[in-house]
Design a protein around this ligand. Sequence first.
Ligand code: CO
Length: 420
Amino acid sequence: MSRRKPEKTRIARRKLLTGGVVLAGGAASAALTAARAVDDNLPPHLPAWMKEQGAPFLSPPYGQPSPFEKNVIRRPRAPTPTTTAAASMTPWQNLHGIITPNGLHFERHHAGVPAIDPDQHRLILHGLVKRPLIFTMDDIVRFPSESHIYFLECSGNSFWTGNTPQSTVQHTHGEMSCCEWTGVRLSTVLHEAGLDPQAKWMLAEGADAAGMARSVPITKALDDALIVYAQNGERLRPEQGYPLRLFLPGYEGNTNVKWLRRLKLGDQPFQTRDETSKYTDLMPDGAARQFTFVMEAKSVITFPSGGQFLREKGFYEISGLAWSGRGRITRVDVSTDAGTTWKEARLQQPILAKCLTRFRLSWNWDGTPAYLQSRTVDETGYVQPTRAQLVDVRGLHSDYHYNAIQTWQIAQDGTVSNVV
Ligand code: CO
């Protein structure tokens, strides 16, 4: 068979290598043996994996990434999380396109991940409604459904302070993910109960041990809000709110209450812990902004980004992500000289509202130090601010809503680092 033809060449090459080992003296190391094994898998040889049957199908029944991709994982926000109130981050430096695989979606929870039996889970709807109702999961899934691709971003994603030059894009922007979400329009469920005209706010409460709860304006509840039970085609992952979560497109992640068990309609906000002591934005004058729901337009370059390495000068495709909680992205500009000059990037279709948009720009690196930035504009005309512009207005005391332009420095040796 013609497939076997390279065999002769392989033997010849082996002899050559053996000769090399002899010439190198007695220190025939394991490293050399390993190098020879790799060499045997390269053209013109047949690689080892063409010489035996592969693994059988259904191994395992739920497919897993290649073991060679074992570095593509969520990582904790804190180096050693000590409590169950923790966060993990999506490795955007390793991902392509706009969809986050379910196992890599960022996590943020306040009392661990509850283990909920969907048959025993109930959604309670009460307060300023004509008919209080309790739904089973079967009831929820029976309603007319919709699927939408939306980003979800923790308002604590990206830090005002505390970055290091070693920070990767996973550290700086990893509390943000994007999936296809399937569920029921919240308005459909609310109309089933009948809204009292006095209902202006809605409390959403989770079934975790923290009873995490937020107030949502009724205008949002009746607009594009969903209660979702599926993510990228399969039921929600436990850490994403299985079996049911609230989804408020474009709103800060914390309001998208997971393990959703209760909706209560009222005539004013409920002032829960997570909208008074937390998720408020401390301004330079000491006042706190409250109910800052919408995630403003933001973008970041994912390649080249912190921790990556350009091995030589020449062609590279700069690529990244842009998103806005107010609608569609209309433009992304990229600078390679710290914002002195800008070029318009190509935007990958489809460009969807409140969804990630992938942008790309061809670039020839001349081997000198470079400072990469991206700046996006959304359909409202909002322009992503520089760090100086943002800090000028909001100061440095807030933990939330940092959406400034990110800078990656490329050193002459090709290393890429975060500009703090
Ligand atoms: Co906020």
